[in-house]
Write a protein that binds this ligand. Structure first.
Ligand SMILES: Cc1ncc(COP(=O)(O)O)c(C=O)c1O
Length: 416
């Protein structure tokens, strides 16, 4: 099965530094199957036109192909309707969009408090800080008030008692990642939403960038209010992301981006917005990207998320077992596989993660090193950087064996 899957990804047969490519940087971005590449090139070769505004054949074809992806996306995440789907450029833009619309809505007031977690990606911290910063500062935020942060324990698990103690009548939004891009921790979103709703009137936003690609998500059963994710982390092209939001909330949010395509009527003294979701998408969308994303969704549906999840669990388990046997190597996040997604971040005593990643690259192995846009988390862990291997449906046990062999070679090179 994996052999057949790998054949769908032309880049996997590339050689890097004269070695077979071992691609273990899937949490940063995934490789693209032929079906996605062909869907994009087919659009430009045969159907290219702007959408919704033309009555000519090409525009109607492009519009039909684009609209189809709303349906596929809604089905993929279990949304109630296509009206709840907003396409943007990625998770980052989706969360910024949510924050900007939220800031100008009836859900926010100036005394409000926002809760995030210690394990968040910067994309799920900074947009909220932008609401809470009390100073206009062109160099950065310098006076952020009312941001509360849920602690993690030593295993990288959220302390839910701490969350409960942080919730007040002033809490307006709780923004959490579904799966941490560093610790791999799978947060119990359903339980968190229940706790938030029982103890406050806050809305819950979930950063699903590392979850939607790897396990079946149903936004309705999670009970959250917003859910954000990126196409490029799930076989689709870059420059496409999704913000899902409950219809009844979306209807109460003002738009944050103004321009063509988001209006019903415009005069010099007034304007009337289009219906949701179009009032949130001003300007020309990434049409070819969204169509490519549709092909990625088809590919994932055809392969089956349950198979992908099962395969990845086996890989993560094998990776953790193998890395645990290397002296001087520390793995971060829960070791219990049932609580962990498919990223494994680690450090090797005496070797900077960037140096380790460079040595591995010389053997054709691509991993990520750095703070992975989670600087507060690394500060909490008392380290400046980690090395991170992350998996997807085309990875095999032999990729992990190559990683382990590469780390052992690096140990020899650095004499640690
Ligand atoms: C948990 C998490 N949130 C947000 C993002 C940002 O995603 P994007 O760069 O696609 O906007 C990432 C990307 O690494 C991520 O891992």
């Amino acid at each position: 099965m994996i052999g057949a899957i790998r054949k769908d990804f032309p880049i996997l047969s590339r050689r890097i530094n004269n070695k077979k490519l071992v691609y273990l940087d899937n949490a940063a971005t995934t490789q693209k199957p032929k079906a996605v590449i062909e869907a994009i090139s087919n659009f430009y070769l045969n159907h290219n036109a702007n959408i919704r505004r033309g009555v000519h054949t090409l525009s109607e074809e492009a519009t039909a192909k684009f609209e189809e992806v709303y349906k596929k996306t809604a089905k993929f995440i279990g949304a109630k309707s296509v009206d709840e789907i907003i396409f943007g450029s990625g998770t980052t833009e989706a969360i910024n969009m949510a924050a900007k619309c939220f800031e100008n809505s009836c859900f926010w007031d100036k005394e409000g408090e926002i809760i995030v977690t210690e394990m968040e990606h910067h994309s799920n911290i900074l947009p909220w800080m932008s609401i809470l910063d009390r100073k206009e500062n062109i160099f950065g935020f310098s006076n952020v008030k009312n941001l509360k942060v849920i602690r993690i324990n030593k295993d990288g698990i959220l302390d839910l008692d701490h969350l409960k103690s942080l919730l007040t009548s002033k809490t307006k939004i709780v923004a959490i990642s579904h799966i941490s891009n560093v610790l791999g921790t799978i947060n119990p979103v359903k339980e968190i939403v229940k706790m938030v709703k029982e103890n406050s009137s806050a809305l819950v936003l979930v950063d699903g960038a590392q979850a939607v690609p790897h396990q079946k998500i149903n936004v309705q059963s999670l009970g959250c209010d917003f859910y954000a994710f990126s196409s490029h982390k799930m076989l689709g092209p870059t420059g496409v992301g999704v913000l899902w939001c409950k219809k009844e909330i979306l209807e109460k949010l003002p738009p944050f981006l103004f321009g063509g395509g988001m209006i019903e009527e415009v005069y010099f003294d007034k304007a009337v917005w289009a219906d949701i979701p179009h009032k949130f998408t001003a300007g020309t969308s990434n049409i070819s990207g969204v169509i490519g994303f549709g092909a990625a969704l088809d590919y994932l549906e055809k392969t089956g998320l349950s198979l992908i999840e099962k395969q990845e669990k086996e890989l993560v388990s094998y990776c953790i077992d193998s890395l645990s046997n290397i002296p001087g190597l520390t793995i971060y996040g829960p070791l219990d596989i049932s609580k962990r997604g498919s990223v494994v971040a680690f450090t090797l005593f005496g070797v900077h993660p960037h140096d380790l990643a460079s040595v591995l690259d010389s053997y054709g192995i691509a991993i990520r090193s750095g703070h992975h846009c989670a600087m507060p988390l690394h500060n909490k862990l008392g380290i400046s950087a980690t090395a991170r291997a992350s998996f997807y449906l085309y990875n095999t046990k032999s990729d992990i064996e190559a990683l382990v062999a590469g780390i052992k070679k690096a140990k020899k090179i650095f004499k640690v």
